[in-house]
Design a protein around this ligand. Structure first.
Ligand code: ZN
Length: 210
C-alpha cells in the first residue's frame, strides 16, 4: 500500500496534510498550526517534553500517520520527536527509546504497531537504541468521556514489562493529553524492582482536561 502511495506521489502533486489543498506536505497556512517549540509538563516525578501544540492541523497530521499510514505524516512526527530528543538530551550515551505500545487490535487494523514503527525509524536516524519493552495487559477500558482522575485510575495496571529495561529511558508517544498513559508506562517500568531514570517526549501536547 505504501508503494502505491509513493507511486501516486510521483504522478500527482502533493496535498497539504492539514487542508488538502495542492501544496507541499504542509501549506504555508497550516504550518502556523504545526510550529515546533518546546513544551514541558511535569506529572509528579515524570517530566514530559513536547514539540508542538495539539492544534486541529496537528490532530489531522497525527491521524494521517496513525490511522492511514501516510508516510509524509510519519515524517513530520519523526522530525518533531527527533528535534525534541536533540534539544532536551545532552548525553545520548545511555539512552534507550521506549515506545508506548498499541493494542493488538489497533496494530492489526493499522498494519503496524504505531509508536514502535515510528520509534524504530527515529532509532535508526539518531543511532539511539530502541527498547520495545512494554506491552498492554488488556486491562484498559475505553477512555472516552473520562476525566483526568478517572483516566489515571482506568490506566492503572494496563501495561507490563516484556523485557528488562536498563539505562536512561525516554518514553516516546505521539500526543499527551492527561499524562495517564505515560504515567502508567513509567509505573510499569519501575515495577521491576529497581528504579530506572525515566523521562518522556511526545510530538504533541494537548490542552489538559479538567
Ligand atoms: Zn494546508
Amino acid at each position: 500500500m505504501r508503494t502505491m502511495q509513493e507511486i501516486a506521489q510521483l504522478v500527482f502533486p502533493e496535498r497539504c496534510l492539514g487542508c488538502h489543498k495542492l501544496s507541499s506536505i504542509i501549506c504555508t497556512n497550516c504550518i502556523e498550526q504545526w510550529r515546533v517549540s518546546e513544551f514541558k509538563v511535569k506529572y509528579s516525578e515524570l517530566t514530559v517534553h513536547s514539540a508542538i501544540l495539539y492544534t486541529p492541523v496537528a490532530a489531522k497530521i497525527i491521524l494521517a500517520a496513525k490511522e492511514n499510514g501516510i508516510a509524509n505524516a510519519d515524517k513530520l512526527l519523526i522530525q518533531a520527536i527527533t528535534g525534541q530528543i536533540q534539544s532536551t538530551t545532552h548525553n545520548l550515551q545511555n539512552i534507550r527509546l521506549v515506545p508506548i505500545p498499541s493494542s493488538k487490535r489497533s496494530s492489526r487494523s493499522r498494519g503496524r504497531s504505531f509508536m514502535v514503527d515510528i520509534v524504530q525509524q527515529i532509532s535508526y536516524l539518531m543511532g539511539i537504541p530502541m527498547l520495545d519493552c512494554l506491552e498492554l495487559t488488556g486491562k484498559t477500558t475505553d477512555q472516552t468521556g473520562l476525566n483526568r482522575q478517572q483516566r489515571l485510575e482506568n490506566m492503572k495496571g494496563s501495561m507490563s514489562m516484556k523485557a528488562v529495561a536498563r539505562g536512561e529511558l525516554i518514553l516516546i508517544d505521539d500526543v499527551i493529553t492527561t499524562g495517564a498513559t505515560l504515567k502508567e508506562a513509567a509505573r510499569a517500568l519501575n515495577s521491576q524492582g529497581f528504579y530506572a531514570q525515566i523521562s518522556a517526549i511526545t510530538a504533541c501536547v494537548a490542552q489538559p482536561l479538567r
